[in-house]
Design a protein. Structure first.
Length: 88
């Protein structure tokens, strides 16, 4: 994972408060290597992981159109940049 993306994720975690975050990583289209970097970044920040999207308040969706529910923030790639949609 690029350092720019890692820093962007770390900044968003700090903004939202790691102690408040329940993270779900959508595996579709993610390489195992990239997924490991994401998990490490989130784990180092002290967030908790959940196994289902509907349990999460921060979802890493990867590529494509973000899909989120009330009280969820979704991270996704748009035009090669990491973007966020939704709010807690």
């Amino acid at each position: 994972m690029g350092e720019q993306y890692r820093q962007t994720i770390q900044d968003k975690i700090a903004e939202l408060g790691a102690e408040n975050l329940l993270v779900f990583i959508n595996e579709d289209g993610l390489s195992p290597h990239y997924r490991q970097h994401l998990e490490d970044t989130f784990r180092d920040a002290g967030v908790r992981f959940v196994s289902r999207r509907d349990e999460a308040n921060l979802v890493f969706d990867g590529n494509g159109t973000p899909s989120y529910g009330t009280g969820q923030v979704v991270a996704f790639f748009q035009a090669g940049q990491l973007a966020f949609a939704g709010e807690l």
